[in-house]
Design a protein around this ligand. Sequence first.
Ligand code: NAD
Length: 362
Amino acid sequence: MTRYRIVVLAGDGIGPEVTEQATRVLGAVADRFGWQVELVPQLIGGAAYRATGSALPPDALAAALDCDAVLMGAVGDPLMDGVPREARPEAGLLTLRKRLGVFANLRPVRVRPALATASPLRPEVLHGVDVLIVRELTGGLYYGEPRGRYGNRAVNTLTYDASEIERVARVAFEAAKGRGGLVTSVDKANVLEVSQLWRETVTKIAREYPTVRLDHQLVDTTAMRLIASPSAFDVVLTENMFGDILSDEAAVLAGSLGLLPSASLGEGPGLFEPVHGSAPDIAGKGIANPIGAILSVAMLFRFGLKQAQAAELIEHAIDEIADRGCRTADIARHGERPLSTSEMGDRVTDLVLHAQGALARH
Ligand code: NAD
């Protein structure tokens, strides 16, 4: 029997709420395919810090390093804003990414026609939008040394070496080969030496992929074009901080941060998590949108376990959910009763369990 061990790090705020629905869907898919999935819950973030004094306890890290894939909710706790940086919930996640070596973060943004009205942008701008942001995840400004506060002076360091750029560039070009065949590499080469190295290195890697077109763009231009003409993009390749900001901007295209999944990939187990944070403003209300977390499970099946048909089953269920007009509060239409987090989970689980025909093409 096919067996998988998945470490589940629900985290803080809405993390546990959306992760609960995501693991239900994961269980339903496993039932349909006859796989045995062991879910191993572990602590991360503020929840971990309160229980153990560490935002990433050794047990959680050890379990994550020794499993088939890691599913995460979100970290972030406003009550911990005053604690030192190393103890903050976000530090647990940054350490986890670094220790897993997940250098490539894939964030797909696809506008489902039935949900186009959830975006503040005009429907004609959103037509056909299907962007994959490939963000470098374990280097750049968030990790560079030296760093620190020195009274009224503060220092962070932006640094990349060519090998870090090469490996993430290959992920982007490989992805583009199976999609629209265009990589837009984003940098700030008119100002930053690091970006000049980025541009040179990406240009060199592009020669290995003659069927993929490469376009270089400055990050400020990309910020504008992502909103003005998003359908012009296919794969967007960028460094850590630019990718962090551009992927949140791209979330506006989809209509809500709550809809977007991500996969972080390296040599070992992948890390799969929705793009959003712990959303303290809505935590505990049962209204968070679990679709980003559920689509992260689809990415877990596709990239983490190499089970593309299982991924498609979930993605088709979400298409069906969108077409049927099932919406949580963040994307609900005016005057409509929104579904709660668990009601949305019920609908998706039910579709996955009982899907027939096109939905259950396997
Ligand atoms: P956020 O993503 O938590 O929330 C931004 C806005 O989007 C909020 O209005 C929130 O209600 C809404 N939102 C987010 N997810 C939603 C969902 N599933 N359904 C409906 N609405 C949703 O960003 P923030 O408020 O800037 O950060 C809150 C905390 O999360 C901070 O501590 C931050 O550091 C942390 N954070 C963590 C991650 C992560 O775990 N990967 C990512 C981003 C932010």
